[in-house]
Design a protein around this ligand. Structure first.
Ligand SMILES: NC(=O)c1ccc[n+]([C@@H]2O[C@H](COP(=O)([O-])OP(=O)(O)OC[C@H]3O[C@@H](n4cnc5c(N)ncnc54)[C@H](O)[C@@H]3O)[C@@H](O)[C@H]2O)c1
Length: 315
């Protein structure tokens, strides 16, 4: 079976490609290295069934790459909260136009299945927590750049659904909640787990946004990619992907300090406009349809992640 993984040089794209290759799939990876890493592609190139094509999904021609492909896992996007504020137009362009170009290639090459990485951000300030897939989607204020990402994912979902109906292919829309693990971006454009680990390991001043009582759930990347892979076997649907165990940001920060053997001292920053206080998925539909529930506890996952960063940052 031949599949495409867009965003293969990125965090989830790398682990998903690796898992697919280990299970015997032929994988074509596409990325433009906006946030992806060359070392990830170097690692994937060790598998004989992997091939990589450097393309920008917005600017380059991609159609011919999709010939005889069975499943497309569309993971490429501009992600990372600081990008939403600093580069809102790029977020919209890549996540909407890039997705549209991939969908055109899927339709014209008669690809059987399109798996779209959407996001928990589409729920924004959900009334129901844990949040099921039936929860309303709404945007608070189109003038706040925070919502460029969520909006781009909502538009991506709608393009996916209507392209699939009109061009007759199957889809899985995955509303992914925080995933974490090794190989995540540690720059200021990265996400919270690697940011916390890097600051702690490097003894940088440690800051928490707001009072640290915001509640989130974190899913170790091995569980995330297992759920993504399995989603390609189910009929067209929208699924939450994540772990439903809750933790406060303060607890997360303390766990990371403990694993790094560092004393916990934090400075609290002003809360950010548009941030939500609690975000937890209801994953009962995913558990039932995918016959899988996350296996790796936060303590085990953080342990693996901290060890990886301690080694890769050579601390
Ligand atoms: N990591 C999470 O916790 C999380 C949560 C919710 C949703 N998601 C979604 O899952 C997907 C994967 O996320 P991730 O954390 O691996 O992000 P990532 O930034 O590590 O990976 C995305 C990849 O897309 C590539 N890319 C960006 N613009 C491109 C373009 N124009 N052409 C080709 N490639 C391009 C980047 O270089 C990067 O390698 C994304 O769609 C993201 O929105 C992730």
């Amino acid at each position: 079976m031949k599949v495409i993984v867009t965003g293969a040089a990125g965090f989830i794209g790398f682990f998903l490609s690796q898992r697919l290759l280990e299970r015997g799939y032929k994988v074509i990876g596409i990325d433009n290295f906006y946030r992806g890493k060359y070392e990830n592609i170097k690692e994937l190139n060790k598998y004989p069934n992997f091939s990589f094509v450097k393309r920008d999904l917005v600017k380059d021609k991609i159609n011919s790459l999709f010939k005889n492909v069975d499943v497309v896992y569309h993971m490429a996007a501009v992600n990372g909260t600081k990008h939403f504020y600093d580069n809102p137009l790029t977020v919209l362009d890549v996540n909407v136009k890039g997705t549209l170009n991939v969908l055109d290639a899927v339709a014209s090459n008669h690809v059987r299945k399109f798996v779209f990485a959407s996001s928990s951000e589409v729920y924004h300030n959900a009334d129901k927590i844990p949040t099921p897939e039936t929860e309303k989607i709404w945007m608070e204020d189109t003038r706040n750049p925070r919502f460029t990402y969520a909006m781009s994912k909502v538009v991506g979902e709608m393009y996916t659904i209507w392209s699939s109906k009109i061009h007759n292919f199957d889809y899985s829309i995955l509303r992914i909640f925080n995933s974490y693990g090794p190989r995540m971006d540690t720059s200021e454009y990265g996400q919270v787990v690697p940011e916390f680990i890097k600051k702690t390991l490097e003894d940088k001043p440690f800051t928490l946004i707001g009072n640290g009582k915001q509640r989130r759930s974190f899913c170790y990347v091995d569980d995330t990619v297992e759920m993504i892979m399995r989603s390609s076997m189910v009929k067209s649907t929208i699924l939450n992907i994540g772990n439903d165990k809750e933790v406060t940001m303060l607890e997360l920060a303390k766990k990371i300090h403990k694993l790094c053997n560092k004393r916990f001292v934090a400075k609290h920053l002003e809360p950010r406009e548009g941030d939500v206080t609690r975000r937890i998925p209801d994953i009962s539909l995913a558990k039932r349809l995918l016959r899988y529930s996350p296996k790796i506890s936060l303590d085990d996952g953080l342990n693996k992640t901290v060890s990886w960063y301690a080694h890769s940052l050579s601390i």
